[in-house]
Design a protein around this ligand. Structure first.
Ligand code: WTA
Length: 655
């Protein structure tokens, strides 16, 4: 336990994790980066001169219609990478791979929720993208126009993104679970000109009426001139004369000849709205060349991609993970990427494992919320399937509790697949810290080390580095190619949010600590720190202690006001197969005392049916804080996945 006179503005580390998993020898032998020495050598080279490092890579890895003159022009807080060059992301994903001889390789394997399936080779995908690019052009879409995409996970979603990239239009993908209000707000903020959607999408056996939502949204999106509708579920919809067009009708009017437009390196590629903790969503802006290079290289490094891999990232294209690691990263690398439309538990809770077995998936990337759901659903669903094709497993989106990590490692990976716990953000464009499967010894719960070219630091409020072993704010000290270039239409908020607090550093908004081996441990959002009698504790550590109890499925820890201690720890727990009881509450408190110490014992424990989560699966601690502190009106819930969860939490509390 840290001494009690430790600096009060630093976060105490109360977690002990001593397990260490070296990479399997066979995997190291076949990896591009096959040892810690190789990683360290590359890292040292990359950080000695990051601009030269990235510039050399950009020349090798991307196709240039015109070469760039300068690696980086840095006018804080706006970066320009590969200045003066002309390239095209769609060209790099398609034409370049065909030129390399990968034309007949499968680019996309797709499976719909009802079980319908389709594959597209790089050549076929190229043809489809060219045709749809011509559709966009025909409707008057020009370089710089914004195309709003509200679609199910179908190949056409990826085709639409690539078509925008091909003609220099800017896409704004909005996750199909968002409301019409949310879609309209994003359309207005982006000044979207065209809307892409489908009649519906399949989710747990039901049709999500996407077009209906779009109709409502377009009432309040005055800038949208056209709406293109993919026929997916054949559900009944209304088409508005003059505005709405069927996807398949428009395709009939065009040919497949559409050379990629040479675009300046800094041409905006997409806007992706992320909810920010309160208020108006932030339109994160990413541009062409830097983003493309970063998505490609990080994909290759982190998954140790080999040409015969079958790669599956379960994220929806509505999130950054879907942009960088379903579409752009894998396709630029010439990888085969699997897209699945539906829910993980339809028709049964083993759908994912069924897909892994069927397509012989080798690289699998998912989120901790999914892993915890699988644990809850029971091992029997996993054990029915042959998962021996898997080589590398990934995790993204939240910290993964060490016990969930162990389950993932043993049950899914059979104890032979490294888990790459990847830390990054919508803003960073790609993975910033992660183990490399052939090189890095793993510690469950740690995202281990920065990737080449990335220089993080952990600082206190004054910008000074914190003492080793203590937590502080995670910052990035040097620009990198995948970084956001600003917030759409609001550069002031960009400056304030990310660059004002710690001058000359990118503020990630997360806390982290480094251990004695230099491994990074993400401790949660800065705003979520719990302060008990002046001891600053991270949410993930208390939660991980609870999740290590065999009856607990998920846990969320928050601080609520307390007269005596400033804040008291309040936890919300969902159970695996157990009934809530006073005895179990006592047992859990004892368990936390044993795992961490008296300091972290929760003052109250609430049993919940489910925890409130964002639509991308992150626990919303902010809402739990409101509940625990007895507020009647909880804060903004527009990103909440399941509104009934809040009501259920309240009922439980009142009973
Ligand atoms: C959290 C997702 C711990 C973190 C790519 C970050 C993580 C936010 C991890 C970004 C991880 C993401 N360990 N925390 N491996 N990955 N986070 O924008 O708080 O949806 O700041 O991007 O998720 O979420 P976003």
């Amino acid at each position: 336990m840290p001494p009690s006179d430790s600096p009060s503005n630093q976060i105490q580390n109360v977690m002990r994790e001593e397990r260490l998993f070296p990479p399997p020898a066979e995997l190291s032998a076949n990896s591009a980066i096959g040892s810690m020495e190789a990683y360290q050598e590359l890292y040292a080279k990359s950080t000695a001169d990051p601009v030269a490092f990235w510039s050399d890579l950009a020349k090798e890895e991307l196709h240039w219609f015109e070469p760039f003159q300068e690696g980086l022009v840095w006018e804080e807080p706006v970066a320009k990478w590969f200045v003066g060059g002309k390239t095209n992301v769609s060209y790099n994903c398609l034409d370049r791979n065909i030129e390399k001889g990968l034309g007949d390789k499968t680019a996309i394997i797709w499976e719909g929720e009802p079980g319908d399936a389709k594959t597209l080779t790089f050549k076929e995908l190229h043809t489809e993208v060219c045709r749809f690019s011509n559709v966009l052009k025909k409707l008057g879409v020009e370089e710089g126009d914004v195309v709003s995409i509200y679609m199910p996970m179908t190949p056409e979603l990826a085709i639409a993104m690539l078509a925008c990239a091909r003609v220099g239009a800017v896409h704004s993908v909005v996750f199909g679970g968002f409301s019409s209000e949310a879609l309209a707000e994003r359309n207005r903020d982006a000044n979207a000109k065209v809307q892409l959607t489908a009649d519906g999408g399949w989710r747990r056996g039901k049709v999500l009426p996407l077009k209906e939502t779009v109709d409502e949204a377009l009432e309040k999106s005055p800038s949208v001139e056209h709406c293109i509708v993919l026929k997916r579920c054949e559900n009944e919809i209304t088409m508005k004369e003059g505005r709405d067009h069927w996807w398949h009708d428009l395709l009939e009017e065009v040919d497949a000849d559409c050379p990629a437009t040479p675009l300046d390196s800094e041409t905006p590629l997409f806007i992706l709205y992320t909810s920010g903790s309160t208020g108006k969503p932030k339109g994160i802006k990413h541009t062409t060349a830097g983003y493309n290079l970063y998505a490609k290289k990080t994909f290759e490094w982190v998954f140790d991609h080999q040409q015969d891999d079958i790669y599956w990232c379960t994220a929806d294209c509505g999130w950054i993970t879907g942009h960088s690691y379903v579409v752009y990263g894998p396709l630029s690398a010439g990888a085969t990427t699997l897209l699945y439309e539906g829910a993980p538990n339809h028709p049964e809770p083993d759908r994912f494992w069924d897909l892994v077995e069927k397509y012989k998936v080798t690289l699998f990337y998912t989120a901790p919320t999914a892993v915890r759901a699988f644990i809850k659903w029971g091992d029997e669903w996993v054990e029915k399937h042959d998962l021996s094709s898997l080589r590398v497993l990934g995790s993204v989106g939240e910290g993964i509790n060490p016990e969930a990590w162990m389950w993932y490692y043993e049950k899914i990976g059979g104890g032979k697949c490294p888990i790459v716990d990847t830390w990054w953000q919508t803003e960073t464009g790609g993975i910033m810290m992660s183990p490399l499967p052939g090189a890095t010894p793993l510690k469950p719960g740690s995202c281990t080390k920065p990737l080449p070219g990335i220089i993080p630091a952990i600082v206190d409020e004054t910008g000074e580095p914190v003492e080793p072993g203590f937590g502080g704010m995670l910052v990035i000290t040097h620009p990198w190619p995948g970084m956001l270039r600003g917030l759409w239409g609001d550069m002031e908020r960009y400056q304030e949010t990310y660059w004002a607090k710690i001058p000359h550093n990118y503020l990630a908004g997360d806390n982290a600590r480094q251990d004695e081996d230099g491994y990074y441990w993400i401790m949660g959002r800065i705003d979520d720190v719990i302060n008990v009698s002046g001891h600053r504790l991270s949410t993930i550590e208390v939660e991980s202690a609870l999740v290590s109890h065999d009856k607990v499925a998920e846990a969320a820890a928050i601080g609520r006001p307390d007269d005596l201690t400033g804040q008291a720890i309040s936890v919300f727990v969902t159970l695996k197969d157990a009934e809530p009881s006073e005895e179990l509450k006592k047992a859990l408190k004892l368990h936390v005392r044993h795992e961490i110490g008296a300091l972290a014992v929760p003052a109250d424990i609430h049993f919940a049916v489910a925890l409130p989560k964002t639509r991308s699966g992150k626990i919303m601690r902010r809402l739990l804080r409101d509940i625990a502190s007895g507020k009647e009106e909880v804060g903004d819930t527009s990103t909440l996945e399941d509104y009934t969860v809040l009501a259920k939490l309240r009922e439980k509390d009142e009973s």
